[in-house]
Design a protein around this ligand. Structure first.
Ligand SMILES: [Zn+2]
Length: 391
């Protein structure tokens, strides 16, 4: 997660554009349960290996550690049987690669969903939450999904130079658009392992009354173009990991007026027109160890991290196997027409949104919460009630 800039001044009512998502229950049963095998121990083992100062712009010890972590990621993705490629990323005279493990789809391999996390860190701390936790989740999702390829392809990506300004992810997103790659979307883990139970531990923007004082929920943020993927994530998570409180949030446009939700590697994918989700524990709005020497494994909630990874694995399965017309061909692969060509379906959203609502006091309030990278629990509670009532 990048360091926060001068964002608070932008939180003016007239800039309010966010609408909390009221996801609707998916009708189809999800096969995701079969993939819910990620454990706290598995997550913790990765974090133990990865944590340590590893800034790509840091001193020799930092760079040696970053190289070691790159090797760890590369080796594990290869063990999963994935084809692993490295794409060099250059920044201020240093080079660290984006590392990608490719899982080839069985029906439409040319279409790809990316599951990513940045593997660099800051020199000021071990970066267990930021972002060894996200890399651990990515590696575990790769492990469980590689056992059974889906109809479309999945790229498991570890980005470099995130802390320097989203450099690695920006390079990948730009290259994808230049090459006209058919990216189905991107799911970004950035800080997914810290929770807090003490009242008042969840931070909110200055002047705002907290709607929930504890930080025990997962925030998943999408822009308006990502509504389909966001809806799928919420539905799959609820089915596969019902105990995980997921607060989805949809921001309009590419989140330009809510810079706090653009502080990680999903943002370049939004900017290049792809669906992308930001999966996070809300970073420094919750974790007091952010970018400090105390961001250590022992401070983390590994069950929460495992739940998050399982939810994401289920979401990937949901996104790549959804088959509305039941013809056995996943919606993302398109339906084969009489002429033999495939057409991609238009994404359909069940998200409640609209600019008319953005000027109401509630919408303004939600927008400010959105800037904090969190959503309103009351909204999620209402959604969960709908969800449970539908079962
Ligand atoms: Zn960070």
């Amino acid at each position: 997660m990048r360091f926060r800039g001068r964002f608070r001044l932008l939180l003016l009512p007239q800039l309010a554009v966010a609408v909390v998502l009221f996801a609707q229950a998916g009708a189809a049963a999800s096969p995701a349960g079969a993939y819910s095998t990620i454990t706290p121990e598995g997550i913790g083992a990765h974090i133990a290996e990865i944590q340590g100062p590893r800034s790509g712009t840091g001193d020799e010890a930092n760079r040696a550690k970053l190289n070691e972590v790159a090797g760890y990621i590369r080796d594990l993705l290869a063990v999963d049987g994935l084809v692993v490629i490295e794409d060099p990323v250059n920044f201020v005279g240093r080079t660290f690669p984006n590392i990608v493990g490719m899982l080839t789809g069985t029906t439409c391999p040319e279409k790809t969903l990316i599951v990513g996390a940045h593997y660099d860190g800051v020199s000021s701390g071990p970066g267990a939450d930021d972002n060894a936790s996200g890399v651990a989740a990515m590696l575990e999702v790769a492990r469980v999904l590689s056992a059974q390829p889906l109809q479309a392809s999945v790229d498991f990506a570890a980005f470099s130079f995130e802390e320097a300004g989203l450099v690695g992810s920006s390079q990948m997103a730009a290259a994808a658009e230049s090459a006209d790659r058919e990216l189905l979307g991107m799911i970004n883990f950035d800080m997914i392992a810290y929770t807090c139970d003490e009242p008042g531990c969840q931070d909110y923007p200055e002047g705002m009354e907290p709607v929930r004082s504890t930080g025990d929920f997962l925030s998943v943020v999408g822009n308006s173009n990502s509504a389909l993927l966001l809806n799928q994530f919420v539905a799959a998570s609820a089915a596969a990991v019902p105990g995980l409180v997921v607060l989805p949030l949809e921001v309009q446009g590419n989140g330009e007026t809510l810079p706090d939700v653009r502080r990680a590697d999903h943002a370049p994918f939004w900017d290049h027109g792809y669906q992308a989700l930001f999966v996070t524990d809300t970073a420094d709005l919750r974790n007091p160890n952010y970018h400090l020497s105390t961001d250590e494994l022992g401070t983390l909630n590994l069950q929460f991290a495992a739940d998050t990874a399982n939810a994401a694995a289920a979401a990937v399965v949901e996104a790549l196997t959804a088959d509305a017309n039941g013809d056995g061909r996943a919606d993302v692969c398109g339906d084969v027409t009489v002429g033999g060509s495939a057409e991609s379906p238009q994404p359909e959203s069940s998200v409640e949104s609209g600019t008319d609502e953005s000027s109401t006091p509630d919408a303004v309030f939600l927008a400010i919460l959105a800037a904090a990278g969190v959503a309103v629990l009351a909204a999620a509670g209402a959604w969960l009630a709908v969800r449970r009532g539908s079962r």
